[in-house]
Design a protein around this ligand. Structure first.
Ligand code: GYE
Length: 329
């Protein structure tokens, strides 16, 4: 029975169409809890999840948690009651998953994680994870900033002796925020240029454009002409911050160097328009690998690797126009 599920799921559309009604009813069912729609990245991720499931003939039960962990826990509980073949979810924050994952384990339903990392007391509570390496992304944000400051021989705007940096953090407790902060701070501490930087402020903008704008407005009010660099833990917050910077009569990408994360189209456009300097790629197209791995697990196999981090690049204003036509999200 398990084997025939794979054949149906990975078979061509025509093969699925040709199966009997009984076989079609035997489709693999996967429950997936997404965190919401906070960013352009997330929209691309959701679209990719839905398209990948459809391409593999999977019956996807998709649930949107509207940025609330409690909604994710409820959705997972519902999937358990529905006896789905596998549960997938994006952990909105790192902690607080032990109990619900134990419930899934007791019910014999395998769980897979997508995108963000989580911390559980027992790693056997999930079978596989497909995601992105946020610590590496934070390190790359520092490295790009440091090289660029050196390259253009940037001097502090306020005439002082430190390059002043503000940071827009992502959702509090989310691995994508925790990891990016960790990577950035580690790289800063380890840098021979450490002393040329001063972190003026670091605050959450919840990964949204609106919050990014709002928090940047307050940074500008407090630190006015001191700010040299904005490190934004995603592109959407950077795009909101650009509006605040322009409204304050400053030139984004010049007065304030802007470095984001995600590499979404909106940020490419901002770089092409000369309003942002760089973005560290975070690839949301994880659906195909995720569901192929899920099918393997459902049919009694093992994932090739328990944790897979997808490949990611770095893009700057210099190559934005050339790369833009090849971008998929
Ligand atoms: O960077 C951000 C999103 O978890 C990696 O979440 C993801 C982050 C992404 O909303 O834009």
């Amino acid at each position: 029975m398990r084997v025939s599920k794979t054949l149906i799921a990975v078979g061509l559309g025509a093969a699925i169409a040709a199966t009997s009604f009984a076989q079609a009813a035997d489709k693999v069912t996967i429950g997936f809890s997404q965190i919401g729609a906070e960013s352009e990245w997330r929209t691309a991720n959701t679209n990719d999840v839905k398209a990948a499931a459809e391409a593999l003939g999977i019956d996807l039960k998709f649930s949107d948690a509207q940025q609330k962990q409690e909604n994710q826990i409820k959705a997972i509980r519902t999937f358990i009651a529905q006896k789905v073949d596998l549960i997938g979810f994006v952990p909105i924050v790192e902690t607080g998953w032990d109990n619900i994952l134990r419930e899934a384990k007791r019910a014999g339903i395998p769980v897979m994680i997508m995108d963000r990392d989580l911390k559980v007391s027992d790693d056997s509570l999930y079978v596989a994870k497909i995601g992105t390496d946020s610590v590496a992304e934070g390190r790359k944000q520092f490295a790009w900033m440091d090289e660029y400051i050196t390259k253009i021989d940037r001097k502090p705007r306020n005439g002082g002796d430190k390059i002043n940096v503000v940071i827009l953090e992502g959702t509090v407790g989310a691995s994508a925020a925790v990891g990016r902060s960790k990577g950035f701070n580690e790289a800063l501490e380890a840098s021979p240029n450490k002393d040329r930087y001063n972190i003026l402020a670091s605050q959450t903008g919840d990964f949204t454009r609106a919050k990014g704008k709002e928090v940047m407005e307050s940074f500008l009010k407090s630190y006015g002409n001191d700010i040299d660099v904005l490190i934004s833990q995603n592109d959407d917050m950077a795009l909101g911050a650009i509006q605040a910077i322009e409204a304050a009569g400053l030139k984004p990408a010049q007065d304030i160097i802007i470095i984001g994360a995600d590499a979404v189209k909106g940020m490419f456009q901002a770089m092409i328009d000369g309003k942002a300097n760089a973005t560290i790629e975070c690839n949301p197209l994880q659906g195909k690998l995720f569901f192929e791995t899920a099918l393997k697990i459902i049919n009694g196999g093992q994932p090739d690797q328990k944790v897979v981090y997808v490949d990611e690049g770095v893009f700057s204003a210099e190559d934005a126009a050339e790369v833009f036509p090849t971008r998929k999200y």
